[in-house]
Design a protein around this ligand. Structure first.
Ligand SMILES: Cc1cc2nc3c(=O)[nH]c(=O)nc-3n(C[C@H](O)[C@H](O)[C@H](O)COP(=O)(O)O)c2cc1C
Length: 207
């Protein structure tokens, strides 16, 4: 099948592309608004894009023509926390995706406890086994053919990391199998890690 994605309607294009760029990590992002109200939502247009400096990105769409709370809060406070979604937190993560305004606290809605962060004011998901505290670096609009930016990519620098002691061997080893990160697929589908294996990198060809 040969497909020009620009000829598809928006929903078909979304389902096709999100089925092919898989598995996607889920950035489960907690923020605070300027009044200190907590917010929590999952984002799978999310990734680590550099480790020096430690930098992550998340792409936030719009709701009813307005920025979602996560983007509004990051722009207002300059701070966010990425909570790693282990598979046993899938239901709570999904509950926190409820489309609601800033007056609703998705921690409450999803039945989740907050934990204080170390460097930023935004709270963490206490039940998550790892967290990345981050500060805003830049917001880049993604313009569509109508000249409107329906998505904004947030670049943020990671300023503090929490990892459950049980999963961590200093100086840098994380037990990823025990972390059991949930993967986002297309539509309503998710995946878990399968069998893990290692591969040595190839040697450069002789000169
Ligand atoms: C697993 C998952 C991944 C999602 N990824 C995105 C995403 O990358 N971008 C986006 O705009 N919305 C995404 N959503 C939808 C948001 O979570 C949803 O719109 C949420 O209500 C936004 O909350 P907020 O307004 O508090 O930021 C995703 C939802 C789920 C369940």
């Amino acid at each position: 099948m040969e497909i020009d994605p620009n000829t598809l309607d928006a929903r078909s294009r979304h389902l096709l592309l999100t089925a092919l760029v898989v598995p996607r990590p889920i950035g489960w992002i907690s923020t605070q608004d300027a009044a200190g109200r907590a917010n929590l939502a999952p984002y799978s247009f999310f990734n680590l894009v550099a480790s020096s400096p430690p930098t992550l990105v998340v792409s936030v769409g719009r709701r009813a023509g307005r920025p979602k709370d996560t983007l509004a809060n990051v722009q207002a406070t300059g701070e966010l926390v990425v909570n790693v979604v282990s598979a046993d937190l899938a239901e709570a993560m999904n509950a926190s995706s409820v489309e609601s305004g800033p007056e609703h606290d998705e921690f409450d809605f999803a039945g989740l406890e907050q934990a204080a962060s170390t460097v930023v004011r935004a709270p963490r998901v206490a039940a998550a086994r790892a967290h990345l505290e981050a500060r805003l670096v830049d917001v880049v609009p993604v313009f569509d053919d109508d000249g409107m930016a329906h998505n904004h990519v947030v670049f943020a620098r990671i300023v503090h990391v929490h990892v459950d002691d049980a999963l961590f061997t200093p100086p840098h080893r994380v037990d990823v199998a025990a972390l059991a990160p949930l993967a986002r697929l297309a539509g309503l589908d998710y995946g878990r890690l399968g069998a893990l294996f290692s591969l040595a990198r190839p040697l450069p060809p002789p000169v």
